[in-house]
Design a binder for this molecule. Structure first.
Ligand code: ARG
Length: 253
């Protein structure tokens, strides 16, 4: 590992490159097997974190709000994402504020008429939340993250369907916990073991919940809530501080 920009990364820990690629292909096959379309953004030399495709932009209703990375090691990734969206005919809006795309933004079309949830505290600036609201025309609820191990919103919270979420309350400020409890009284609440197993870094299509295999307790919780857990092995990706959701950018057209 060439650099460390979050508490999960350690330049002294070896990453099994071959296994990492194999696991990434496993995730891709899983999504295809569930009937989803998968576009691939190719890797670029010198940008190892590009595998975490969620961070390059945030799309709602065909409008793309571009990313502006916090760390210089990832700055150049934003242009690759921009080129992808522009070449596929999406409406792209370049950001003025620091934000890491779907790492810190998520959208629930059926919650309160269409709600954006946004995290801040480690990567994305609160000013970007206001900017996203202006660009995307949806209410943005700002949530303060307080634990550096859960440095992106998507490490601590995920939509399970169009209107409900799963989250790990302790990753948020006490006030943000109250806001989430008010907005999502029926949310699936995760515990510390679920969160440390990257069980919140999931991708759901409203029925199938694709999540890190290590998070077996989280799988049981989503099953109890009526969803179908689909575990995938992503141990090598966890060494970079990411899992299922980090590797996937959702294209909401
Ligand atoms: N190493 C990457 C970073 O620290 C991991 C990004 C994980 N992505 C995510 N959506 N949480 O920026």
């Amino acid at each position: 590992m060439e650099y460390a920009i979050n508490p999960w990364m350690d330049t002294a820990t070896p990453v099994d490159r071959e296994l990492a690629v194999k696991q990434w292909h496993g995730l891709r096959e899983t999504l295809l097997g569930l009937g989803h379309t998968v576009h691939e953004l190719g890797p670029e030399p010198g940008l190892p974190d590009m595998v975490y495709a969620a961070n390059g932009a945030f799309v709602v209703d065909g409008t793309v709000y571009g990313a502006r990375f916090r760390h210089p090691q990832r700055t150049a990734e934003a242009a690759a994402h921009r080129a992808f969206y522009e070449s596929h005919g999406w409406r792209f809006v370049a950001p003025a504020e620091t934000n890491e795309g779907e790492g810190d933004f998520t959208y629930l079309p059926a919650a309160h008429g269409g709600l954006i949830l946004a995290g801040y505290g480690f990567r994305t600036e609160p000013a970007a939340h206001a900017e996203a609201q202006e660009v995307l025309g949806r209410p943005v609820v700002s949530l303060r993250l307080v634990d550096p191990r859960f440095y992106h919103l998507d490490t601590a919270l995920a939509p399970l369907d169009d209107g409900n979420i799963a989250y790990f309350p302790e990753a948020f400020s006490v006030a943000a916990q109250r806001v989430l409890a008010q907005l999502f009284p029926d949310a699936v609440r995760a515990d510390e073991v679920d969160a440390f197993g990257f069980g919140l870094n999931l991708v759901s299509d409203g029925r199938h919940v694709v999540l890190n295999a290590e998070a077996s307790g989280m799988a049981a919780k989503v099953a109890a809530a009526g969803y179908l857990p689909v575990p995938v092995e992503l141990s090598e990706l966890k060494k970079g501080g990411g899992s299922v959701k980090c590797c996937v950018a959702e294209l909401r057209d």
